[in-house]
Structure formats: structure tokens, C-alpha cells
Ligand binder design. Sequence first.
Ligand code: NI
Length: 137
Amino acid sequence: MAHLVRFGVSLEKDLLGHFDSHLKQKKYTNRSEAIRDLIREDLVKQQWQEGKEIAGTVTLIYDHHRRELVNKLMEIQHDFGGLIISAQHIHLDHHNCLEIIALKGAARQAQVLADTLKAIKGVKHAALSLSSTGKDI
Ligand code: NI
């Protein structure tokens, strides 16, 4: 485990009250863990903004009966081969497919991939979730 450092934080009583009820809702057992998560979240956001290497997923919902849709999705994924590290396809029902595409690479490229997939006719929903590779946080 990394070396821990203790430090004091001063903040308004009301704000601390709001924070404590937020912690309860989020099932945190202590303030330190919640503050650590807030700091990490901010650092990860900064990594995205600076275009650093990120890990993430694109989740797609689409109807595989739509003409040419599956081929188009496949073609685009091949074009982003350097970014995509894995893809999982789940047949939700007779019509609908769920696809989870795992990514590792530049945040901007991940956004371009997600936007490109989302814009294809027949894609019902596309969600990009950006996370961290775990380095530097
Ligand atoms: Ni399917």
C-alpha cells in the first residue's frame, strides 16, 4: 500500500453536513475514502482533457436486422483496431444486440469512435464511459 499522509481540511459547517449526508447515501464508511475518490475522479477527468491514455468502454444497443448495420459497425471497429482491446456481443432478444467495446488509448480517439458508432443509422443507444488505465492516480 502507498505511504499515507494525513492533512487537515477546513470547510464550512453546512458544506460538511451536506458532504456527510452524501457519504451516507453513497455507503462510504469514512470521509477519507470519499475524499480520495473525489480527488481521483478529478485527476481522471484531467487525463481525459489532456488527451492522455485512458481505458474505457463504448456500450451499444442496436437491432441486427437493420440492413448493413452489422457490417458498418464491424468496419468501423476494424478502423479503430489500435484503440479497441476487446469486444463482447450479447444477443438481448430476437432483435436487439448489446455490444461492449473495451478501449485503451487516447481519450480524443475514444470520443471519435463513440461519435462515429452513435451516428450510424440503426444504433439505438451508444454510451461512452471513460476511465483510467490506473497509472498516475
Ligand atoms: Ni446479437
